[in-house]
Design a protein around this ligand. Structure first.
Ligand SMILES: Nc1ncnc2c1ncn2[C@@H]1O[C@H](COP(=O)(O)OP(=O)(O)O)[C@@H](O)[C@H]1O
Ligand SMILES: [Mg+2]
Length: 392
């Protein structure tokens, strides 16, 4: 090798090493990583979402049909946050035009929060298209988004891993019998909805009559199976996280309960509790009405008043759910703490596409409690994905 070649070669190796470590250090610290990274590289980012106002309207559609979709102001805030991070950004409506609009815009990466409109695996549709087009995107992939939209399927995976989730039964028909061990009080919800859709004080079931009435309601209105679970009376806590599990920890959960629990690569945000105590008329249930009409009237306690051991336990469970569902970059995991069992945490669900509305979305409130503003949170998610793809 010539001397000049050798010099050039050494320079490349050293600069790659420095660059890698610079990014890694920036990402791991609770400083403003997006500011550091973006001084170095700017990307073209398409924000893919489904706006409530662009959603299709059809006969017999329920009032809550599109409650899971995003408002224009949320999408604008995401575009602005990404631009503030030093990138170019545009919003593209994630509808049937998406193949053409993405092809025209030529993004380096998509910031995906699209829930899509129809189908049992609707949240997986846009990622499936992007994979086909070989375009990187933030957040979880096809399999995870299809799985976690389906609450009974997710619970089967959690139960297989001995992770604490309430005992349950899935109902396809109104006349199916309750299985042995399923004792009242129970709780019912649609299998594949979010934002508390189909959930209210009436979801708490005390007897067979209530079970049959609610089964009929869910099966007919939401045209999908119903999930019936053991009712967990207790506190309502949610844990948000950003990052990715690294190394072998990403693939297994230690069998030994006392084994060291590694969560390397994840940044946990402080847990948030929704104070449901004053909401007796709503059955202290965080249902659709509270999540939409009363979102601004609720008391959010963040960090939730929990001791260190409880927070550790919640973080470990959140990491385990993130791991076994194969989630990526960001998620929010919902828990109930059983008042009759020393506040034992039960996993209700994982939200791999958590709401990102400034000020009001749970994970945004959690980030703020940790000194991380909306702009920074959005850029942390983007940078986590860019790093996963090896783009930074
Ligand atoms: N098994 C349960 N026991 C008690 N309350 C529950 C149970 N499952 C759900 N809930 C209540 O319903 C709310 C919404 O349920 P969740 O499964 O998180 O669905 P969503 O996707 O609509 O957020 C929870 O935050 C909680 O208040
Ligand atoms: Mg929830």
């Amino acid at each position: 090798m010539k001397r000049t070649d050798l010099l050039l070669y050494s320079y490349l190796i050293i600069s790659t090493f420095l660059k890698k470590n610079y990014y890694n250090t920036a990402l791991c610290k609770k400083i403003t990583p997006w500011r550091c990274c973006n001084k170095m590289k700017s990307f073209r980012v398409a924000v893919l979402a489904n706006l409530k106002e662009n959603a299709p309207v059809f006969e017999g559609m329920g009032k809550d049909q599109w409650d899971d979709l995003d408002s224009e102001s949320t999408v604008i805030s995401l575009v602005n946050a990404i631009r503030e991070g030093g990138h170019q950004a545009e919003f593209l409506e994630a509808d049937d035009s998406i193949i053409d609009t993405v092809r025209d815009y030529k993004p380096d990466i998509c910031f995906n929060i699209a829930e899509s409109h129809f189908g049992d695996s609707r949240e997986a549709q846009i990622p499936a298209i992007l994979e086909k087009m070989q375009i990187p995107y933030t957040g979880s992939k096809v399999l995870t988004l299809a799985l976690t939209l389906d609450k009974p399927m997710t619970k089967r995976i959690l139960a297989w891993h001995n992770l604490p989730t309430p005992e349950f039964q899935s109902f396809e028909r109104e006349d199916e019998q309750l299985e042995e061990g399923m004792e009242f009080p129970l709780f019912i919800k649609p299998s594949r909805e979010g934002t508390g859709m189909g959930i209210s004080y009436e979801s708490i079931l005390h007897n067979e009559t209530e079970l049959r009435t609610q089964l009929r309601y869910i099966l007919r209105k939401y045209k999908q199976s119903a999930l019936v679970e053991r009712y967990i009376e207790g506190r309502e806590v949610t844990v948000g996280l950003v990052g990715n599990l690294i190394g072998p920890v990403a693939r297994r959960i230690p069998k030994d309960e006392n084994a060291h629990r590694i969560q390397a690569g994840l940044q946990f945000l402080p847990p948030m509790e929704v104070n449901l105590e004053p909401w007796i008329e709503s059955g202290k249930v965080y249902g659709n009405d509270l999540k939409t009409a009363h979102a601004a009237d609720l008391e959010y306690l963040c960090p939730a008043p929990l001791d260190e051991d409880q927070v550790d336990e919640l973080n470990w469970l959140a990491a385990a759910v993130f791991r076994v569902t194969g989630a990526l970059d960001v998620s929010r995991i919902d828990f109930r703490l059983d008042v009759h069992d020393n506040f034992k945490p039960y996993i209700l669900e994982i939200n791999p596409l958590p709401g990102l509305m400034p000020k009001l979305s749970d994970i945004v409130i959690e980030a703020e409690a940790d000194g991380i503003g909306h702009t920074e949170l959005v850029n942390m998610i983007l940078n986590t994905a860019l790093q996963r793809y090896g783009l930074i």
